[in-house]
Design a protein around this ligand. Structure first.
Ligand code: FES
Ligand SMILES: [Fe+2]
Length: 339
C-alpha cells in the first residue's frame, strides 16, 4: 500500500542543484520525479535539464555525453542537440526527423539554485519563483539529505508550530502574523526564543529570532531570519525534491548579511553563517527521523494551539492532479481557530 494518499507527484518548481556547482561545459545526472535526468551548462552559461535518454537510440547522456559550445553531444553516435532540444547535427550530415527531439524540463536559476518545473501531465509552468537580490549577501552554504518522505510532509513543518518547542527545544514560539495564501504562495511569520546553550543554569542566555516564511509550492521555501541581537539577517532555503513518491532529496542552504547599521564586522558575518548553518542542520536532523517513521494522518487529531495544518493541506491540494474519483477527505481543524 502506498505510504502517502496523494494522487500524483506534486507539480511545481524543484531544486536540482546549487547553481555554482554546475560549471560551464559540465554534465550531471540524477533521478528525480521517477525519471532519469541530465543537467548541463553550455559554454555561454545556460543551464538545461533534459531527459537522460537520447531520442536516437536511447544512450544515457549522463554517461559520456559532453557539451560542445551550446550543444550536448550523445556519446553513442554523436547526435547533437541544441538548447531547445532540437537535433542540430548528425555525424552522417543528414538531418533526422523533426520529431527526434530531446525532452526538456523548464529550468530557471533563482537565489543561487537551479530549479526545474515538474508537472505530472507535462504542462508548462503556471507560475514563477521570484528572483532575489544577492548583492549584499554572503556566498551560499548548503547540505543535502536523502530522506524517506514526501515534500508535502517536509513543507508542513513551516506551519506546524506545535513541534517547535517540543522537538526543536525553542523556549517559546509564537505566530507573529497569520498564515496567508495567494495562489502557489504561502506566507507566515513567527518569533521564537532560542537558548544559546543547552544548560538549564544558563537558560537566560537566549536570543530572539524572527522568521518570515515564504513558501512557493511544495519544493521551494525561503525563510528570512533576523537575529537582532547579533545584527544579522539570514536567508534559509528549504528545498525538497522528490525522487519517487516516498523518497526525496532535502537541500538546506543559507546565506547571511549584516543588518543595515549593525556594528558587526563583515569578517565576523561568515563564521557566524557557518555557526548558524550548523544550528539549522541540527534542527533539520531532529525532524528527519520523525519524517521517516511517521505516517500521514488524513484526519489528524488537532487541538487548540496547533498551527494551521488544515489550511496548509487545503492549499497544497492545488499541486496534484485529481481525477473525479480521487479525494482526500478534507481536514477539519477542530477548534484550533487558526485555519
Ligand atoms: S543513441 Fe544518441 S546518438 Fe545514437
Ligand atoms: Fe521541524
Amino acid at each position: 500500500m502506498a505510504r502517502f494518499p496523494f494522487p500524483s507527484l506534486p507539480s511545481g518548481w524543484f531544486v536540482v542543484e546549487l547553481a555554482h556547482k554546475i560549471r560551464r561545459g559540465s554534465v550531471h545526472r540524477f533521478r528525480y520525479f521517477d525519471r532519469e535526468l541530465v543537467l548541463y551548462r553550455t559554454k555561454s552559461g545556460q543551464a538545461r535539464v533534459v531527459d537522460a535518454f537520447c531520442p536516437h537510440l536511447g544512450a544515457h547522456l549522463g554517461h559520456g555525453g559532453r557539451v560542445d559550445g551550446e550543444d550536448i553531444v550523445c556519446p553513442f553516435h554523436g547526435f547533437r542537440f541544441d538548447v531547445e532540444g532540437a537535433c542540430s547535427r548528425t555525424p552522417y550530415g543528414s538531418a533526422p526527423a523533426k520529431r527526434v527531439r530531446l525532452g526538456q524540463l523548464p529550468c530557471r536559476e533563482r537565489c543561487g539554485v537551479v530549479l526545474v518545473w515538474f508537472d505530472p501531465l507535462g504542462r508548462p509552468p503556471k507560475w514563477e519563483v521570484p528572483e532575489l537580490d544577492l548583492g549584499s549577501w554572503s556566498r551560499i552554504v548548503s547540505h543535502r539529505y536523502r530522506v524517506a518522505t514526501h515534500p508535502q510532509e517536509t513543507t508542513e513543518n513551516s506551519v506546524d508550530f506545535g513541534h517547535f518547542t517540543e522537538l526543536h527545544s525553542f523556549s517559546s514560539a509564537s505566530m507573529s502574523s497569520p498564515l496567508e495564501t495567494d495562489g502557489p504562495q504561502l506566507r507566515t511569520s513567527y518569533r521564537v526564543t532560542k537558548p544559546l546553550l543547552p544548560l538549564r543554569v544558563l537558560g537566560r542566555l537566549a536570543v530572539r529570532v524572527d522568521f518570515d516564511v515564504h513558501v512557493w509550492g511544495l519544493g521551494y521555501s525561503l525563510v528570512e531570519v533576523s537575529v537582532p541581537r547579533f545584527g544579522v539577517q539570514l536567508r534559509e532555503l528549504v528545498l525538497p525534491t522528490p525522487i519517487s513518491d516516498d523518497l526525496l532529496d532535502l537541500r538546506v542552504a543559507s546565506m547571511i548579511r549584516r543588518l543595515p547599521g549593525a556594528p558587526l564586522s563583515g569578517l565576523v558575518a561568515y563564521p557566524l553563517l557557518l555557526l548558524t548553518f550548523r544550528a539549522l542542520r541540527a534542527e533539520v536532523e531532529r525532524d528527519i527521523p520523525i519524517w521517516e517513521h511517521k505516517k500521514y494522518c488524513e484526519k489528524p487529531g488537532l487541538a487548540p494551539g496547533d498551527g494551521p495544518v488544515g489550511l496548509y493541506r487545503r492549499w497544497a491540494r492545488q499541486f496534484y492532479v485529481w481525477s473525479d474519483e480521487d479525494s482526500i477527505p478534507m481536514v477539519v481543524d477542530r477548534g484550533t481557530g487558526s485555519s
